[in-house]
Design a protein around this ligand. Sequence first.
Ligand code: GAR
Length: 216
Amino acid sequence: MLKTRIAVFVSGGGTNLQALINSQNSGMLSSGEIVLVVSNNKNAYALTRAAENNIPSVVVTKKECGSMEAFEAKLLEILEENNIELIVLAGFMSILSGNFTSKYKKRIINVHPSLIPSFCGKGYYGLKVHEEALKYGVKLTGATVHFVNEIPDGGEIIFQKSVGVRPDDTPEILQERVMRQAEWILLPRAVQAVANEIARLGDEYEEKNSYFWEKI
Ligand code: GAR
C-alpha cells in the first residue's frame, strides 16, 4: 500500500512535529510519510527539527504574500506541487478560511490544547488556552485532535484525552503536562489512523471514511 503524503504546518517550537517525526522514525506512522513542513514563521524552531531529519520545508508568510487570499493561494499551490493528501496543523497559529478547508475535506487535522468545546475558537491558542483554563478554575483539561472545517476548532473530533489540573499549576507547567500526557500521544495516533484510511480507500476516501473512535 502506498503511504499517504503528509504536510505538517507549524509556527513555533514544533514539539508536536517532533512527536510525529519520532512516530515516523519508530515505524508507528506506517501508513504515512511526512514529505513537507510548512511554516508561516521563518524563525520557527520547528524548521530546525525538519532540517535535522532531512524533511524539506518551506516558509510562507501572510505578510510577504500581501493578503490572506494570496497566502492561501500560495499554500494551495505548494500542496498541489507536492501531491499532499493529508495536512496536519501542529501548532499552526493561523486560521484557514472555508475556501481553503473545503478543498481538503477531512484531510486537515489539528491538535488543540483543551477539551473542545471548552477554551477553543478564535483567540484561543498556545499558552492563552491554559491561562484561561486556570482562570476559570477547571480541574480537568486536556487535548483534542479534530478535523478542520470552516469553523475555528469546530470540526469533527477524532481523539480526546483529559489531563488533571493541579493547585500550583502555572500556564507553562500545565501546557507541558497537556503536551506530554495528551498531545504528543494523541496526534501521532490520529495521523496514523487517518493516513491509513486515506491509503486504504484512495479516491473513495471522501465518501467512505469511517468514524474515527478509539479509547485512549
Ligand atoms: C501546542 O500546545 C498546540 O496544541 C497549540 O500550540 C502549541 C504548539 O506547540 N496549538 C494551538 O493552540 C492551536 N489552536 P508546538 O509548536 O511545540 O507543537
